[in-house]
Ligand binder design. Structure first.
Ligand code: PGA
Length: 241
């Protein structure tokens, strides 16, 4: 794993935005895998600010987001799709048809997961997958467990995960859906390159385990050690605690 150190979130976000924009200029039909959460907010801010006035050729870029809550769709303000619209998609010129997203309102969620895998394959696979990491070492909704689903699947959410997401639901964890759709670790590991972001001291243990620990499904991010092109971008707090 290639570890890149930054003083803080702002420096990390600026560096990653530069990489993404250089990749788009070098290959305008780039396929990006994107995360939600607090960690990528700085990245999306930088991309918005640097894309003004059609300076960046977003028109051929394709995106696939990692996950979505079951029961929520684009029109639900708590959905991850709404988050992405507000933080990035509404501000750059990606054609809506190029935005790949799991539909939490699909009538058959298992079929929706299979559709997503086919859509990623039809786009030629993901070139650059950007990831956040949970304090528990989760990636997307691949939570620590004895066994993990390899591909895109419906995940039952632990109470701790629903608590961690309560802020989007008026602070009430009981309003957080009990299930979500998520890329699996094999979907993620199929990307040609991966960037894992970690900021803040609550991520220190998860980062150590990811970078230095044994590979275990109890720390799903540790499976990233199986990939040959992973960059871990960390700020000082996430590295040193
Ligand atoms: P965060 O979430 O970016 O809000 O810390 C990361 C994650 O849980 O994947």
């Amino acid at each position: 794993m290639n570890i890149q150190h930054f003083d803080d979130d702002a420096a990390l976000s600026a560096a990653l935005a530069t990489r993404v924009l250089e990749d788009i200029v070098a290959g305008p039909s780039l396929v990006l895998g994107l995360p939600t959460g607090r960690t990528p907010l700085g990245l999306y801010r930088e991309l918005r600010e640097r894309s003004g006035g059609d300076r960046v050729p977003w028109s051929q870029v394709r995106t696939f987001n990692l996950d979505e809550f079951a029961g929520l769709g684009a029109s639900d303000p708590q959905s991850y799709r709404a988050f992405m619209q507000a933080e990035l998609f509404d501000h750059v010129s990606i054609p809506p048809a190029h935005i790949g997203f799991l539909d939490g309102t699909a009538p058959n969620l298992e079929a929706e997961c299979r559709r997503y895998e086919r859509a990623i394959a039809a786009a030629g696979g993901i070139d650059l997958q950007i990831l956040g990491i949970g304090a528990s070492g989760h990636i997307g909704f691949n939570e620590p467990a004895e066994r993990l689903c390899a591909r895109t699947h419906v995940a039952e959410l632990e109470q701790a995960t629903r608590l961690a997401n309560a802020q989007r639901f008026g602070g009430d964890w009981r309003k957080v859906p009990e299930r979500a759709l998520s890329m699996g670790m094999a979907t993620i590991l199929s990307a040609r390159a991966i960037v894992l972001l970690a900021t803040g001291r609550e991520k220190t243990d998860a980062v150590r385990g990811t970078v230095e620990g044994m590979i275990t499904t109890q720390l799903p991010a540790s499976l990233l050690q199986l990939h040959s092109r992973v960059t871990v971008m960390v700020d000082r707090e996430a590295w040193s605690g």
